[in-house]
Design a protein around this ligand. Structure first.
Ligand SMILES: [Zn+2]
Ligand SMILES: [Zn+2]
Length: 157
């Protein structure tokens, strides 16, 4: 099963494989790069997007050396419209894919709620106080930690 998606300007059109996991990251670098409070990523094998328009080599990249985890990441984005595609820990076999690029991002994760929450200490308290903010349609609702008791996970290789 593969899932169609594209960037905002349509320079890149592709299909993505099913996610191996879903990671919500609250680190400063991901939130700054994505312009969002949290980066919700699908974990997929590196180079596993199938492009019908554009290619990995045509994506713009930024080598992020000052990550919160301390592990350098390469961030990929469309140079035409700025849509974020993925971040890849250097040398890693997996990519954190920005699955909101998919035509149906909600359907993609509906049976697959986040099973990894990174840097929970940087999440807002109002979100942490909700026990299952993403439970709708999910088979394994994510339980957020109590405020101040979040586990600080490192980005996993
Ligand atoms: Zn684009
Ligand atoms: Zn992050």
């Amino acid at each position: 099963m593969s899932y169609p998606g594209r960037c905002n300007c349509g320079k890149f059109v592709f299909k993505a494989p099913a996610a191996q996991g879903i990671a919500a990251c609250f680190c400063k670098c991901c939130t700054r790069a994505g312009g969002s409070l949290c980066s919700l990523n699908a974990v997929i094998p590196v180079n596993s997007l199938e492009f019908s328009k554009g290619s990995y080599n045509e994506l713009s990249t930024y080598d992020d050396q000052e990550t919160t985890s301390g592990s350098p990441m390469t961030r990929y984005f469309c140079g035409g419209c700025g849509s974020a595609f993925q971040s890849v820990p250097q040398g890693s076999e997996i990519a954190y894919f920005k699955h909101s690029l998919l035509d149906d991002p909600v359907g993609y994760v509906s049976g697959n709620p986040p099973n990894m929450v990174l840097f929970t200490s940087k999440a807002p308290k109002w979100l942490e106080s909700e026990k299952t903010p993403l439970s709708g349609g999910g088979s394994t609702p994510l339980t957020w930690p109590e405020p101040g008791k979040g586990t600080e996970y490192k980005d996993q290789q």
